[in-house]
Write a protein that binds this ligand. Sequence first.
Ligand SMILES: CC(C)=CCC/C(C)=C/CC/C(C)=C/C=C/C(C)=C/C=C/C=C(C)/C=C/C=C(C)/C=C/C=C(C)/C=C/CC(C)(C)O
Ligand SMILES: C[S@@+](CC[C@H](N)C(=O)[O-])C[C@H]1O[C@@H](n2cnc3c(N)ncnc32)[C@H](O)[C@@H]1O
Length: 379
Amino acid sequence: MADAAVSVPVSGPECDRQNASRLTRLLAAPSFQKWAARFPLTRRFVRSEGAAMFDLVAGFCHSQVLYALVALDIPKALLAHELSLSVLAQQGRMPPERMAVLLSAAMALGLLKQRKSGLYALTTRGAALAGVPGLAGMIMHHDVLYRDLSDPVAFFRGEVDTELAAFWPYVFGAGAATDPANAARYSQLMADSQRLVADDTLAAVDFRGVARLMDVGGGSGAFLAAVGAAYPGLGMTLFDLPAVVPAAQDRFAAAGMADRVQIVPGSFRDQPLPRGADMISLVRVLYDHSDDTVVDLLAAAHAALPPGGRIVISEPMTGGAVPHRAGDAYFALYCMAMRTGRARSADRIATLLQLAGFSNLRLPRPARPFITSVVEGVR
Ligand SMILES: CC(C)=CCC/C(C)=C/CC/C(C)=C/C=C/C(C)=C/C=C/C=C(C)/C=C/C=C(C)/C=C/C=C(C)/C=C/CC(C)(C)O
Ligand SMILES: C[S@@+](CC[C@H](N)C(=O)[O-])C[C@H]1O[C@@H](n2cnc3c(N)ncnc32)[C@H](O)[C@@H]1O
C-alpha cells in the first residue's frame, strides 16, 4: 500500500482554505454522536447515517459476494430451479458450510431468499440480475478493475499501470486494436450491455424525420439494429475500426437489415467521417477519449453533417456540480483506469458540442443515469 497520509498545504491563498463549519466539527465529535444516538428526536437519523456509512465501509465485500454468485452461475441456476444448499455446494465445488455463508450474504443483500422447505430462490432483484442483458458479463470483467483499485491511493495518484487499459486496446488508437479475436471479445461485452442503453436512448431521442443515421464507434451494430427496428424507414451507416465491423455484418444480415446499412471501416483519429447522414450518434464513445480527441471528433462530426443535421451523444455521464453515484463513484473511476478517457457531465459535453459549432442543445433528464444520459445538438 502507498502511504495514505495526505499532507495538506499550509501556505497558499486565503481562498484555498477556510475553517470547517462549526456544525461539521460538532457532528464529528464522539460526545455529540453519543448524545444524538440517544436523544429521541435524532436517534433514528443517527442510526440510518451509521448504517449508510457501514454500507460504504463494507461495499467492497458486497461486490465480491455479487461476483462470486455470478461466477458460480447461481442466479442462472436458480432461474431454472429452486435448489438446496447441498446441490448448490456441490455445483460450486465448496463445502456446504462455506456455501451457506455465501448464500446468507446474498440473502442479506436482497438477491436470494430461502423457502420454508430450505430451498433457495431468487428475489425480485435476484431475478432482475439474472435477466439484465450483459450485466453478468460486466460483473465478471470487474476482476480487472478491482485489481487496478487494490491500492486506491496509488490509483488516484496515477501511479498504477492499470490492467483495464489493456482490456480495451482500441483506446490507444486503431493500431492497438487490430486483433479480430480481441475485438470480438470486447465488442460482445459492449453489445450485450447495449440493449438497455439503446432502450433509454430511444426513449430520450426522437428519430422521426431522420433519413440516415450514422453511428460512429458503433461496434458490432447493436445500437443501429435497435434503432432500425424501431424506425423501419431509416437508412443507416456504421463507422468503426476495421477489426470490429465483421461482427456487424453478421448482425445486420441476421436481422434482415443488410440492405439498409452501409458499413464503413476506419478510424476517426486518422480520416474524416463519411458524409451523407443527417444524424450522427456517438454511443459510449466520448468517455473513452481525452478532450483533445473528443474536440477533433466532434469537429469531424460537424463537418460531416449538413446544416440542420443532428448529433446525439449517449453514454453514462457524471453529475457535474451535483455528483451522483453511478457517474462519479463508478464510471469516473472506470474511465480513469482506462487512462485515455474521462467521464464527463452533460453540461461539459454540451460545452464541447458548442465549441464544435453545434447549437439548440438538448439535455433531457436521464431516466436511469446508471444506464445512460443523452445530449443532443444541431449543426
Ligand atoms: C410483480 C412483482 C412481484 C413485483 C412488482 C415490482 C416490480 C415491477 C419490480 C421490477 C423488477 C424488475 C423488472 C427489475 C428490473 C431491473 C433492471 C432492469 C435493472 C437493471 C440494472 C442495470 C444495471 C445495474 C446496469 C449496470 C451497468 C454497468 C455496470 C455498465 C458498465 C459499463 C461499462 C463499464 C462500459 C464500459 C465501456 C467502455 C470501455 C468504458 O467504453
Ligand atoms: C465503448 S465501445 C461502444 C460501442 C457501441 N457504441 C456501444 O455502445 O455498444 C467504443 C467503440 O468505439 C470504437 N472506436 C474506438 N476508437 C475508434 C476510432 N479511432 N475510430 C472508430 N471507432 C473507434 C471501438 O472500436 C468501439 O467499438
